[in-house]
Ligand binder design. Structure first.
Ligand code: MG
Length: 280
């Protein structure tokens, strides 16, 4: 694979990603896919998806799991509803995660991604051990499918994430680094955080956000088109080079419709220009 191929975060039925038509019309050949709901993961549908991606010459690099009942309405709601951290739906979601791992495997994809939720900062939190155990269970299942398990960053500080990796202790646990999330959640400075967790980064989201102190709902910023926020995309890419990451640069733009397509097209132009400048 060429270094830093451009990618797009996409959806086939569920989630906020761009559609396959957008990906094709923009001439992009790697995607991350938000997993569709259960009926669309049936074998005949998987075969159709696989064919569609193959026909378009598109490689699926990460399949992202999402669950019914999740909401990003505001930060307290994220803490209560997202991923494997809330104990209530955990068993059900672990079951679904395994089904999505199988779906990804059937698509020929070597990584399962997820917002696992807010990992407790305090390792003595009564919920911490359960989250570690859940992550181990997912890693072990993914391993049988020849996959890594990528945690989306943003909801915890780099040092919390590093301790969590140590406690989970699985060599197929990895990071999908999303620099904008650190701004949106007000968690950490994106570039120093990338340097600290760099050895675990196996995929990235090229997403931008602008810091604003009073967005409401606890949000510390707003998502904006790539290059228009506070991430500093040039420094982000230079730091990816520094940590030795040359995998896909997957653009994520969390709006829909024509504006999403336009912003993604401009993001591709920006990343291509920076890639040439930095890698030659
Ligand atoms: Mg993201």
């Amino acid at each position: 694979m060429e270094k830093w191929p451009i990618g797009i975060f996409t959806s086939v039925g569920a989630g906020l990603g761009a559609g396959l038509d957008t990906v094709k019309s923009l001439g992009v050949h790697t995607v991350q896919v938000h997993a569709p709901h259960e009926p669309d993961r049936a074998p005949d549908r998987v075969a159709q998806f696989r064919q569609q991606f193959a026909d378009a010459g598109i490689q699926v690099t990460v399949v992202f799991a999402g669950f019914p009942g999740e909401s990003y309405a505001d930060i307290p709601t994220v803490q209560k509803t997202i991923g494997l951290v809330p104990p209530g739906p955990r068993a059900e979601r672990l079951k679904e995660t395994k089904a999505i791992s199988d779906f990804a495997h059937a698509l020929g994809c070597e990584a399962l991604g997820m917002h696992i939720g807010f990992v407790p900062e305090d390792a003595s939190d009564p919920n911490y051990a359960g989250v570690v155990k859940a992550a181990q269970e997912v890693c072990d299942y993914c391993k049988q499918n020849g996959q890594r398990f990528h945690l989306e960053t943003g909801q915890e500080k780099a040092d919390v994430l590093l301790r969590f990796f140590n406690d989970v202790g699985r060599d197929n646990l990895a990071i999908n680094f999303d620099p904008a999330n650190l701004i949106l959640y007000g968690t950490d400075e994106p570039i120093p955080a990338l340097r600290s967790v760099g050895r675990y980064v196996k995929s990235v989201h090229c997403k931008d956000a602008k810091r604003k102190p009073d967005v409401g709902g606890g949000w510390a910023g707003v998502e904006v088109a790539l290059g228009q926020g506070d991430v500093n995309m040039e420094l982000f890419l230079r730091t990816l080079k520094e940590i030795g990451y040359f995998g896909p640069l997957t653009i994520e733009r969390e709006i829909s419709g024509e504006q999403q397509k336009k912003d993604i097209a401009e993001a591709i132009g920006l990343l291509q220009r920076l890639r040439t400048e930095i890698l030659g």
